[in-house]
Design a protein around this ligand. Sequence first.
Ligand SMILES: Nc1nc2c(ncn2[C@@H]2O[C@H](COP(=O)(O)OP(=O)(O)OP(=O)(O)O)[C@@H](O)[C@H]2O)c(=O)[nH]1
Ligand SMILES: [Mg+2]
Length: 206
Amino acid sequence: MDLKGFDHPGRPTADGTLPAGARSVKVMIAGGFGTGKTTMVRSVSDIKPLTTEETLTQASADVDNLIGVADKQETTVSLDFGKIGINEQLVLYLFGTPGQERFWFLWNGLFKGALGAVVLVDTRRLDSSFRAIEEMERQNVPFVIALNVFPDSKEHPIDEIRDALDISPHTPVVACDARDRASSRDVLIALIRHLKERSAVALESR
Ligand SMILES: Nc1nc2c(ncn2[C@@H]2O[C@H](COP(=O)(O)OP(=O)(O)OP(=O)(O)O)[C@@H](O)[C@H]2O)c(=O)[nH]1
Ligand SMILES: [Mg+2]
């Protein structure tokens, strides 16, 4: 993969595109409650990730939709942090968001300087990721949708999922297994491609 253009530490440009020569990129791993954000950061990180997991309390039982994740024991209360070198020129710093609604107030600060995001979606509970998608659009952070496939997930045509999530036809949708390093890495590469394509389009229209 050609990653020319990621040579210097990157901050978002005024129009939100990739800076020429970015070397390190802040990427958010977002999505609804229990969609596999911490799992993805853990599986893909080159360093021992920092996680802020706390035992799920009864307080959230009536609030969170636990279909498919009823045996979930822990939840992220602040953030997950990991790092992955994609190649010698590019390092991604990964920031996993908390999924529980009561911690969403933290999102504003967390997104500062983020160049892109992965929004994890559990197709058994599509609605749990609506808010994350809205937030990406509101904060103008380009994103890819990663469908985290659980054993009892049904297969849905991608177009149906696009319609249900109401996302632009330009937003990539990829399937993954967040527990698998190679699969999670592929999602991040899909995001980088998307960021590069957006930058190329923005440059052409200048
Ligand atoms: N079968 C399967 N289980 C998964 C997968 N990804 C995550 N899990 C499991 O699903 C549960 C939820 O994963 P987490 O990584 O904690 O989800 P999260 O999005 O970080 O959750 P919050 O921080 O609470 O919002 C855990 O029990 C994981 O082991 C997957 O791809 N396949
Ligand atoms: Mg988590």
